[in-house]
Design a protein around this ligand. Structure first.
Ligand SMILES: [Zn+2]
Length: 332
């Protein structure tokens, strides 16, 4: 019997690289604390050992801090990692007086303000780290036609603000693809004709094969009329299927392995894990409340990467490398 061919997988690990703050206490505009960045060299060494090439999506408080910026400048010069941009509108100049939950989602800001904030952010990254970032993620997720146009105007090549299967009162990713796609300029959650900016969503899905089937079922039972039935919750309790986000903050090792297994069986070729840099210290972001949570975060990343290496031929790449290397996306 010929051995079954091992699947080819591109693995991305992206880190929202940002200030630590109490996520339950509003949105700090100034004097942001970036203590967690001191842990980044140790985290990078961990990635080097595993073969992972992380993508640090850096926000303004990190980019404008010379000491922090020097750390990332070194990684970029050594070719170990990519630096992209991450926009927290509440602490990224120009600042506005309105600073509540609503304004924390950049899809709610006027296009000109988004453009101005992006310019300040990319200028800080260029001046202090020495590169023009080509990949981007919004703070708190979410994108729309206005944001995509602002990214194109700022010459970004990849957006990664889509987290499939997630929804909140302001936007819904229940219908999103969970593999890279060229977003339509009017409706960025659907495939379009343009070939200038690629969307590379993070990985979320189900612990069973056939993503489209489970996505439809999940959407049906997430609607107002049937929400009370909590079907996916019920199936999860029966251990039939589970919705999993590929993040060591949100899922344990066995659920992430089950998701990765399903992604491979679904013949998906890009697997994209994500977390926040503030989880590298004991902080108030809700994920790392103790030192053992931090240790567990590292363990989960390691175990999922080792599992992937056992089951596939893995190329470890950054977000922009994934775009450049994936001719099928570039050629459409
Ligand atoms: Zn963020």
């Amino acid at each position: 019997m010929p051995r079954e061919k091992r699947p080819e997988i591109q693995f991305i690990l992206s880190v929202d690289t940002e200030e630590e703050f109490d996520w339950g206490e509003g949105f700090p505009q100034q004097n942001c604390s970036i203590e967690n960045i001191k842990q980044i060299p140790a985290f990078q060494a961990f990635c080097d050992q595993l073969g992972v090439r992380p993508t640090y999506l850096i926000d303004y408080p990190v980019a404008q801090d010379l000491q922090a910026a020097a750390v990332f400048r070194g990684f970029v010069q050594q070719g170990k990692a990519e630096v992209g941009a991450h926009l927290h509108p509440w602490c990224n100049p120009p600042l506005t007086e309105e600073n509540g939950e609503y304004e924390s989602h950049i899809i709610h800001l006027p296009g000109d303000l988004i453009r101005s904030k992006l310019k300040v952010l990319t200028d800080a990254i260029y001046t202090n780290i020495g590169i023009a970032p080509t990949c981007f993620r919004t703070g708190r997720w979410g994108t729309d036609a206005k944001v995509i146009q602002a990214l194109l105007d700022a010459q970004f090549l990849v957006d990664s603000s889509v987290i499939p299967l997630y929804e909140n009162p302001y936007f819904s990713f229940l219908d999103s693809p969970n593999q890279p796609y060229w977003p339509d300029l009017d409706d960025p959650l659907a495939e379009g004709a343009q070939r200038e900016l690629l969307e590379i969503p993070v990985s979320s899905g189900f612990t069973r094969s056939n993503y489209i089937f489970w996505r439809k079922l999940h959407k049906t039972f997430s609607g107002k009329r049937l929400r009370h039935l909590h079907l996916i919750g019920l199936l999860c309790r029966l251990k039939l299927v589970k919705k999993v986000y590929l993040s060591p903050e949100l899922a344990n090792t066995s659920d992430m392995k089950a998701l990765v297994g399903a992604e491979i069986r679904n013949k998906n070729t890009v697997i994209h894990m994500f977390f926040h840099s503030s989880s590298l210290i004991t902080s108030t972001n809700g994920y790392s409340q103790s030192d053992s949570d931090v240790v567990r975060l590292y363990q989960r990343i390691r175990e999922v990467v080792l599992y992937l290496r056992e089951n596939a031929n893995v190329t470890f790449c950054t977000i922009s490398e994934c775009m450049k290397g994936a001719n099928k996306y570039v050629d459409g």
